[in-house]
Design a binder for this molecule. Sequence first.
Ligand code: CTP
Length: 413
Amino acid sequence: MNTSTRSAGSVHRIVVGVTGGIAAYKTVQLVRLLVKDGHEVHVVPTDDALRFVGAPTWEAISRNPVTTSVHDDVAQVRHVALGQGADLVVIAPATANSIAKMAAGLAGDLLGTTLLATQAPVLIAPAMHTEMWRHPATQANIATLRARGVRLIGPDDGQLTGADSGPGRMSEPEAIHAEVRRLLDSPRPDGDLAGLRVVISAGGTREPIDPVRFIGNRSSGRQGAALALAAADRGAHVTFVAAHVEGGILDTIPDRITVVHAGTAAELGERMTALAADADVLIMSAAVADYRVANVADHKLAKEDGAPVLELVENADILAGLVTGRRAGQTIVGFAAEMPTEAETVIERGIRKRRRKGADLLAVNEVGWESGFERADNTVSVIGPDDTVVATASGTKREVADAVLDAVVGLRA
Ligand code: CTP
C-alpha cells in the first residue's frame, strides 16, 4: 500500500513563515484562504513577527500549534521536521532583514532551520520601505535567492505604512494565494511520470432511451479523478476524459489537467481513440455501458404510449480497440469491477478479462450491492502481462491510484 501522507491530490502541507513587518496582519487572511482550501498549514512566526500578530491568532486560524523556537518540541525534531515535510514554504511578509538572513543561510530560529531543511519550493512576499527594497544589499540578496530557485511575488507599488508610497508593499493575500495554487499545481519535473502524456477515462457512460432518460451505472468517477491527480502530481501531462461523474468531482480537478467530456460509450470511444494517437499511457477507468438502445425515441416516452420495449445493441469495446490500435511504447490499463462466482474468484475473472482485452494491466476490484461504488475507499489487485498480481492496494482512492501508477512505472521500466 502506498503510504503517501498527501491525500486527494489537492491537500498539501504548507509552512507559512511570518517575519516582523506590519503586513503580517494581511497574512492572517492568506492562512485563512489556505486552510479553507483544505491544506494543512503550519505558521512559523519569528519573534519579531509576534509583536505584530500574536500566537493565539495564528493557532486559531491555522488550527495548528505555533512555535518560534528551535527548542520547542525537540522530541519531534520540529526544527527540521517542518521543512522536511513541507510541500511548499511561503514567507509573508518577508522583511529586508529576513531576506538577508535567508540569503546568508542563518538558522538561529525555527524559520531559519525550516528553510535550510526543506526541499520544497519557497515563495517569498517581500514587504519593506522603498529605500530598503532598492538598496543594493537587498537587491543582491534577492538575486542570490532567485538564483537558488526561490520564487518572488511582489512587492507591489503603492501606499506604504507611513506617508510614503512606492514599491515595497506586500502583495495582497488573494494574489499570494493564487500564486500558491499555481505553484502547487505545477507538474513536478522530478516525478516518475515526468513528461509522459497520460489519458484517463472516468465515470459512467449514459446511453439515451429518449431525450430525458438513459441507461447508466453507479460509477462516480472518483477513482479516475484520483488517478488523474496522482499522475499529474507525478509529473505527467494528463487528459481526463469524463463520462458522467458525480457532482463536485470536476471541481477537484486542477487547471493543469485537461478535461474532455463524453456522454455515451460511442463518444467516449471517439475521444479516447483520438487522444490515444499521442498518448504514452491510456487508463480506462470509466464504466462503459456494454449496450446502447437501438430504438432511441425522439420524443419523451409517455405512459400512454405503453410499456417501452428497448432494443439493445452491443457497444464497441473501447479498451480492446485501443489495444488493437496501440502505438509503440504505449501502456494500456483497464479496470474491472468483478463479483466472485462459485466457479471463479475475482482474480481468476480478472485474468481472463485482461487476456481477452489485451490490456497490459488490469486493476480488478470486487463489487457487490454494498461494496465498490460511491465510497471513498477501494481495494484493487493489479494483474500484469504474465497473469500474476503485480500490485495490490487497499485504502483511499488516491492510495489505490498511486499503486496502479507504480505498476505502470514498473512495467515501463
Ligand atoms: N470497457 C471498454 N469498452 C466497453 C466495455 C468496457 O473499454 N464497451 C473497458 C472498461 O473501461 C474497463 C474494462 O473494459 O477498463 C473492463 O470493463 P468491464 O465492464 O468489466 O468489461 P466487459 O467487457 O463489459 O466485461 P463484462 O462482460 O464482465 O461486463
